[in-house]
Design a protein around this ligand. Structure first.
Ligand code: PLP
Length: 394
C-alpha cells in the first residue's frame, strides 16, 4: 500500500453547509485531548452550556450539544417528546419537514401535515386552521430556516398558535442559529435543535439542543422509556450534569470536536449575537445586489429570504453541474446545488458564519460572472461587483 496522508485542498465553502471554519476553531481542535471526566474538561462543558444558552437566548438548564450531527438533534427532540399515539403537527415546506414527518411516524406519533409550497414560509393561517381541526395536537414541529429552499418561517407566530392550544413546539434551527434572530425563551420554543456546521462555522458532527421546562416535564412523565438509548435525554444529562448530580459515563464525548464548538461559540459571544445577525444581513444585501445587477433572479419572496442561504435561479440554457464544477476547479469555490424540487433549477449560495464576509461576496460574484459569461448566459457583465460594493459603501 502506498496511501499517504490526506491533505485536502483549501476551498471557499459557500454552499448549504458545512461553511468555512475559522482558523481559531481549527486550532482549538488540535489541543491536547483530556479524559471525558477530567475536572478541566467538565469545567469546559459547564462553559459550553452557558455559551449555548447565550446563542439560543435561553435560560434552559437542559442545553447541551448532542454528540452527532443536526439530524441526530432532530431525532433527539422527536424521540424524547413524542409518545405512542401523540398527535404531532408537522409544517412541511421543504426537505427537512419531510424528515420530521419520518421521525414522527417512527416514534409512533400520529402525524398531521400542514403543507406549504417549496420556497414559501409556513402560512400561519393554515397552522391555526389545522389546530382548530385537531385540538388534541400535542406537538407542533416546524423548520425555522429551510435550507433546501432558502425560506424563513415565523417561529414566534407558529409558537404562539401552538401555545394557545396547549401544544409543545419543536423547532429546527440548524441553519438559523447564529445567522438570523432566534429567541428561544421569548418566543416560547420548547424543544430546539441546531447544527455546528452552518452559521456557527464549526466542524460538522455536533448538534446543540435545548429543552424548556414544559418539554422536560413531558419527558419525565413518559409512560415508556425513550426508544433510543443513546438519545434519551434523561440518561445523557447524567453526564452533562444538572444540579449537583455527580457526572457519570454515558458515552465518550467527542472531546476535541467540543473544543472546536467552544471556540466557535466564544467567537460568537465576542462578536455579539445581534452583530452576527447584522453581518449576515449586510453580506446578503451585497450579494443580492450583485446577483440582481448581473440579471439573476432570487425566487424566494423578499420578506421570507434567508440572508445565510441565497437561492438563485439558474439562467435559461445553462446547465447546473458544469458551472459548479468550473467554480470548484478554477476558483476552489463551492456553491450548493438545488435539492429535491429545486434540483437543476436553482443554486444555493451560502453566506454562513465565517463565510459571510465581503471578500467571499466579491469572489463569488466575480467567479459566477466569468463562468456564466463563458458558457453563454445572457448576463450583464461588469456590474455585479460594483453593485455589491455600493451596498457596503452606503
Ligand atoms: C443541515 C440541516 C439539517 C441536518 O443537519 P446534519 O448536520 O446534516 O445532520 C437539519 N435541518 C436543517 C434545516 C438543515 O439545514
Amino acid at each position: 500500500m502506498s496511501i499517504t496522508s490526506f491533505t485536502p485542498p483549501i476551498r471557499t465553502l459557500m454552499g448549504p453547509g458545512p461553511s468555512d471554519i475559522h482558523p481559531r476553531v481549527l486550532a482549538a481542535l488540535s489541543r491536547p485531548t483530556l479524559g471525558h471526566l477530567d475536572p478541566e474538561f467538565i469545567r469546559m462543558m459547564d462553559e459550553m452550556k452557558q455559551l449555548l444558552q447565550y446563542a439560543f437566548m435561553t435560560k434552559n438548564a437542559m442545553t447541551i450539544p448532542i454528540s452527532a450531527p443536526g439530524s441526530a438533534g432532530m431525532e433527539c427532540c422527536f424521540a424524547n417528546l413524542v409518545e405512542h399515539g401523540d398527535k404531532v403537527m408537522v409544517c412541511n415546506n421543504g426537505v427537512f419537514g419531510t424528515r420530521m414527518l419520518e421521525n414522527v411516524e417512527r416514534c409512533g406519533g400520529v402525524p398531521v401535515v400542514v403543507e406549504d409550497a417549496w420556497g414559501s414560509p409556513v402560512e400561519l393561517q393554515k397552522v391555526e386552521d389545522a389546530l382548530k381541526a385537531h385540538p388534541d395536537t400535542r406537538i407542533v414541529a416546524f423548520v425555522h430556516a429551510e435550507t433546501a429552499t432558502g425560506a424563513r418561517s415565523d417561529a414566534q407566530g407558529i409558537a404562539a398558535l401552538a401555545k394557545q392550544r396547549g401544544a409543545l413546539v419543536i423547532a429546527d434551527t440548524v441553519t438559523s442559529l447564529g445567522g438570523v434572530a432566534l429567541r428561544v425563551d421569548e418566543w416560547g420554543l420548547d424543544a430546539v435543535y441546531s447544527g455546528s456546521q452552518k452559521c456557527l462555522s464549526c466542524t460538522p458532527g455536533l448538534s446543540p439542543v435545548t429543552f424548556g421546562p414544559a418539554a422536560v416535564e413531558k419527558i419525565k412523565g413518559r409512560a415508556k422509556k425513550v426508544q433510543s438509548w443513546f438519545l434519551d435525554q434523561t440518561l445523557v444529562m447524567g453526564y452533562w450534569g444538572s444540579g449537583q448530580a455527580k457526572r457519570a459515563y454515558h458515552h465518550t464525548a467527542p472531546i476535541n470536536a467540543l473544543y472546536g464548538l467552544h471556540e466557535a461559540l466564544v467567537m460568537l459571544q465576542e462578536e455579539g449575537l445581534e452583530a452576527a445577525w447584522a453581518r449576515h444581513a449586510r453580506n446578503h444585501g451585497a450579494l443580492k445586489a450583485g446577483l440582481e445587477a448581473m440579471g439573476l433572479e432570487l425566487p424566494v419572496a423578499l420578506e421570507a429570504r434567508l440572508p445565510q442561504l441565497n437561492v438563485v435561479r439558474i439562467p435559461e440554457g445553462i446547465e447546473d453541474a458544469p458551472v459548479r464544477t468550473a467554480l470548484l476547479n478554477e476558483y476552489s469555490l463551492e456553491i450548493g446545488a438545488g435539492l429535491g424540487a429545486g434540483a437543476g433549477k436553482v443554486w444555493r449560495i451560502g453566506l454562513m458564519g465565517h463565510a459571510s464576509q465581503k471578500k467571499n461576496v466579491v469572489l463569488c460574484l466575480t467567479a459566477l460572472e466569468s463562468v456564466l459569461g463563458r458558457m453563454g448566459a445572457s448576463i450583464n457583465p461588469g456590474v455585479a461587483v460594483k453593485a455589491a460594493l455600493q451596498v457596503y459603501e452606503s
